[in-house]
Design a protein around this ligand. Sequence first.
Ligand code: CA
Ligand code: CA
Length: 347
Amino acid sequence: MQTQKQSGMALVLALLVVAIVTAISVELSWRFDLAITRAENRWYGVQANAYLMGAEEIAYMALKMDKEQDNESERGQVDTLEEFWSTQAAEFATDEGWLSGRLEDAQGRFNLNQLRAKVDDKARRSAEIYKHFTEPQRRFIRLLQCVNLGDEESPLYLDVTTAQNITEAVIDWLDNDSNVTGFGGAESDFYGQLEPPFSVPNGLMASVTELNLIRGMTPALYEKLLPLVIALPENQPLNVNTVPVEILRTLNRQDDLYPLSIEDGDVFVQNRGEYKNVEDFVADAKQFFPDSDNGKNNFVADGLGVFTEYFIFYGEIQMGEHVRTSKALLYRNGTEVTTIRRTDANF
Ligand SMILES: [Ca+2]
Ligand SMILES: [Ca+2]
């Protein structure tokens, strides 16, 4: 009996030991796998970053080269989509996958910080609504009406009054007073009563993400505006050589708060040349916004340009199983190129 009981105990003990050893080794091997995976990720992460930084350096070189060519050419300082910097670099094979990069003209997007400057009080009191706004503000009113909030089959556009109201709210967001602009404007009285309340920055936007907070903005509108807008550090002009068709449509006679028609926009974008200066652009584009009525209908070229200082660099790399991307805002001053900011969000 005694020995049977003892051997029973021994068996239980043995099983217990086996169970413990198994548990420990499973735990260990899991930890070991995790450590390996972590090390691998870290290794790939470091490698990927190094490659992406390298791609950014190549973008610097392309922009520097372009500036040197512009300096030597008779055409002068011009940046267009026909130039070398604008071409998508081919996928470049690496030992672990591939690397690619491209540049976008940041000044081909509507710079929201251009909305900050305001008209004087006399103009604000004018009976003619268009005089309440600066030309960049009128362009933004038109841009808001260009964005299709529906789909191709049943398009849906904002009306001009809503577009004005949203523009006024953006103006108040940027301006440094606490006076509410027009009917759509909003200052701390409005934002302070929201849940949660917040204060108006009354200064330049650091990122287009701020649009999300502005009175009248909806997630759908924000989503559609994203590829067309940017918040640059200052009042940088639009480059008419690189703007997309939606932005070309915002270039209309000063007294017209509606955008050019979709048809006009399509003709405009196909016919446009490489403009050496803003005057050349206006002369070419006059068919869409003829001057008449003793200058009342004139086209105002404020905030337009033909060359660019700010570019967006997009890098992408595949390493093993992983794909990583990077996004950087580059600033070109003469032949010097620097990175202003990197982000995973929006500039
Ligand atoms: Ca150039
Ligand atoms: Ca204000």
